[in-house]
Unconditional design. Sequence first.
Length: 230
Amino acid sequence: MALFFFLTAQSQNKDLPDVGIIPKIVVKAIGVNTDIQGIIKNDSNLFKTLSSELIIISNMGAKNASKAEQKDNFSIAPDEVKIVATKNINVADTDNIIVLFLIYEDEKLIARDRKELRRQKNDPNVSDGLEIKGLVVENVRSKVGKDFYDYFYQQFTLKNPESDQLVKVEEQLGIGIGTRIQIKVQEDLVFESFARPNEEQLVNLANSAVARVLQYFKQKERQKQLLRQF
């Protein structure tokens, strides 16, 4: 039986002090297999030593309810983005999933994120697995391409884009001048540049690419609003 899920998110930091730590739960779904990642951005100017707790509760309130926990310690530099927790789950027999991502400093809770995944049947607009906004896929061939994709993906998901359009990161290998990176939204080319094996250059390139994609989303949304007026 095909399973269909929709995903909801809630802001969970209103009652916590702003310490410049931004947690983000990212869900990647392929059929009934789902990767859940906990990503941290250090938006402060301080080096931090922190701990995280990723909690996944399945079928809460049912007889077959289950709970999985993963705890990790990590350090993070100013302006750094880091994946600190990863968990793979199977959602074949799951009615709902609650994911909590908690960040601690000196055993004190300083930031958190929360997401819910619920089963939604018979929706023709949803394909098997999880319907997730901000979906990014890649077709890269080299380490440079993979590094660029990782930097782009981390920054893109932290921006929490509302668009449901598919973003594709593609690579065309070059000779002598580096590798060519292309980013398409659906089939529209919105960003293209050469990339070289230099971390600073790749990070800056990824940030520019994210800004270009978000600008494209805004343009498309303005066009939709104009069409609604006529």
